[in-house]
Design a binder for this molecule. Structure first.
Ligand SMILES: NC(=O)c1ccc[n+]([C@@H]2O[C@H](COP(=O)([O-])OP(=O)(O)OC[C@H]3O[C@@H](n4cnc5c(N)ncnc54)[C@H](OP(=O)(O)O)[C@@H]3O)[C@@H](O)[C@H]2O)c1
Length: 333
């Protein structure tokens, strides 16, 4: 059904307001305005999915919905107890067999090992949800020498997508969903700034820059995967009341409080991108509430040389992950 001009106007007004759009007001109004099909009306029978960061928050909600739609889900966590508890609870809630694997995704070695183990167990991958992440206020570097936010949000996602590409292609049409953030609207793509210095480290800015990079990588992957049947879209969940938000932004949570989305509301678009027929032929876009959104809201985040900078980002990811990709996918991409 084509939305009416009035519905589009209300949606546009919400989008312009930011707070109306990102809080649960946006979710509730758009659900009604566009008469959303319930997630339960989609099916994922026979499909295999990975959801990273599924021990809590959005990843947990997305994994449960995907399992409820009949998908075979492999959840990825880094803590054995939390991961096993989530696996058991999702399985009990949905009646589906749920698989779990462990990897600290700030480690590229662990990311590569995770992909290799998955490829040994499975010959298909229909849905890859790249969700794990956190906003860190302190500067830390991994044993492999990468700043932790860059490693977890950008490099690990790139490596996992690259390593699992043969399975995604073998299962085409298949879908990769990148859980980014509306925070990325505050930052341009700046590859040099993705490697911050410890002095004057700003965790919020670093997080937003990495989220911008995730959205650009979804576009880049779309170009590299043209004609393969693998789509790659980024989305943002709005503001959802999750353990991650509670830890990273307690003051913000106190102010926005009851207007925050539930994890299920924040995860709705993840599941829609994973399962809805309407999302099947879309790639390289940035979604909120089942709708493709602008990638820039501020003039200062646009760069005339964005294509060149995106190529530099691809190069950075390729170089940093190269030691961990031997035999991973055999392609030059
Ligand atoms: N909540 C929001 O309003 C909001 C807004 C914009 C974007 N996001 C994005 O949404 C995603 C999910 O966040 P959330 O709000 O649901 O937070 P959350 O409840 O803290 O969930 C984050 C998940 O990521 C996992 N994780 C973090 N670092 C990891 C690592 N190095 N290796 C493996 N797993 C790791 C966590 O595992 P542990 O259980 O081991 O910690 C947890 O399962 C993140 O990418 C976040 O940036 C959230």
């Amino acid at each position: 059904m084509t939305p009416s001009p009035a519905a589009n106007l209300v949606d546009w007004t919400l989008e312009a307001s930011v707070v109306g759009s990102f809080t649960r007001i946006g979710y509730l109004v758009r659900r009604r305005l566009f008469d959303w099909a319930p997630l339960q009306s989609f099916g994922l029978d026979g499909k295999v999915a990975i959801v990273t960061g599924a021990t809590s928050g959005l990843g947990r909600a997305a994994a449960e919905s995907i399992a409820a739609l009949g998908g075979h889900v492999c959840i990825v966590g880094r803590d054995p107890e939390r991961t096993e508890r989530a696996r058991r609870e999702i399985s009990a809630a949905t009646g589906s067999a749920v698989e779990a694997d462990l990897a600290d995704l700030s480690s590229l070695a662990e990311t590569a090992a995770l992909a290799a183990r998955f490829a040994e167990r499975h010959d298909r991958l229909d849905v890859l949800v790249l969700n794990a992440g956190a906003l860190n206020h302190a500067y830390t570097v991994t044993d492999e020498g990468n700043e932790t936010t860059l490693a977890t949000h950008v490099l690990s996602q790139f490596l996992l997508t690259r390593a699992l590409r043969p399975l995604l292609e073998a299962s085409a049409p298949s879908r990769v969903i990148v859980v980014a953030s509306g925070g990325m609207y505050t930052q341009p793509l700046d590859v040099d700034a993705l490697d911050p210095e410890p002095a004057g480290y700003d965790g919020t800015k670093t997080y937003a820059r990495c989220k911008r990079a995730e959205v650009v990588l979804a576009e880049e992957w779309t170009q590299h995967l043209l004609d393969t049947g693998v789509s790659v879209n980024a989305m943002h969940p709005g503001w959802a009341d999750t353990p991650g938000l509670r830890t990273a932004l307690p003051g913000f949570r106190r102010i926005i409080g009851p207007l925050l989305r539930t994890p299920e509301e924040g995860a709705d678009t993840i599941v829609w991108l994973a399962a809805a027929p309407d999302a099947a032929n879309l790639s390289g876009l940035f979604f909120l509430d089942r709708g493709a959104r602008a990638k820039h809201r501020l003039r200062r985040t646009r760069r005339p040389d964005e294509a060149r900078e995106a190529a530099r980002l691809w190069q950075l990811c390729t170089e940093r992950t190269a030691p961990f990709t031997a035999g991973a996918d055999g392609s030059a991409d």
